[in-house]
Design a binder for this molecule. Structure first.
Ligand code: 13P
Length: 249
């Protein structure tokens, strides 16, 4: 059985006061669904405060990125160890916004995944095609290449601890969701690709869907056999909506 994970990627949203309100809303709301692992990923400055709020609750903490380096002259960077010291357990890697705005490559995502796993963090590795790539019928080539690149050289035990997220770029923040059938087809493709290297990993690695997930479409998406959870952007910023998605599990 794969765990179902509902993760909220807050992106560049969430000062400490806003973090307090949002997490309080999740704790006060009906967000403790035993069928789901709930993860919130606030910006770095709010992590420590968020950790204090979620300690002893059902909510786990994630970060939105990290450096591939342990320490040194890398201005602006944050290491896996630093994240661990503020209670972080998950880290989103290779989000399309990092690839697009910060020129992150598959090679870099791979280095970050290795550093995260070596430190004991669970990477949530994102892949996804642009609209142009989908229209050119290159979806499988693109996400397959991103998957191979991100996972290259991982040991089997590391691979089996990882989480994947399929986030079609054209569905992020646009209100356009992949239909459950479209998403399922790509999730199945990714699982088969995993199975080529390690059949056991294909059985245990959760593959989350991301891209305009809302309370109204979550149930249908999450009912697909290869969709094991959601990586939620906009709707994770409203406690009521995020709770609605958690309870769609
Ligand atoms: P939206 O849910 O706002 O489309 O964002 C998805 C996403 O990028 C999560 O990482």
């Amino acid at each position: 059985m794969r765990p179902v994970i509902i993760a909220g990627n807050w992106k560049l949203n969430g000062t400490i006061p806003e973090t307090e309100v949002l997490i309080k809303g999740l704790l006060d709301g009906d967000s403790n669904n035993e069928a789901a692992t709930v993860v919130v990923c606030p910006p770095y400055p709010s992590l420590s405060y968020a950790h204090q709020m979620v300690t002893g609750t059902h909510i786990a903490l994630g970060a939105q990125d990290m450096s591939q380096h342990d320490k040194g002259a890398y201005t602006g960077e944050v290491s896996a160890e630093m994240l661990l010291t503020v209670g972080v357990r998950y880290v989103i890697l290779g989000h399309s916004e990092r690839r697009q705005h910060h020129a992150e490559t598959d090679q870099l995502v791979n280095a970050k995944a290795k550093a995260a796993l070596a430190a004991g963090l669970i990477p949530i590795i994102c892949v996804g095609e642009t609209l142009t790539e989908r229209e050119a019928e290159r979806t499988e080539e693109v996400v397959g290449g991103q998957l191979d690149g991100a996972l290259a050289g991982l040991m089997t035990d590391q691979l089996r601890l990882s989480v994947l997220a399929y986030e079609p770029v054209w569905a992020i923040g646009t209100g356009k969701t992949a239909t459950p059938e479209m998403a399922q087809a790509v999730h199945r493709f990714l699982r088969n690709r995993l199975a080529q290297n390690d059949p056991a990993a294909a059985e245990v690695v959760p593959i989350l869907y991301g891209g305009s997930v809302k309370p109204g479409n979550a149930h249908e998406l999450l009912s697909q056999p290869d969709i094991d959870g959601a990586l939620v952007g906009g709707a994770s910023l409203k406690a009521e909506d995020f709770v609605g998605i958690i309870n769609a599990v």
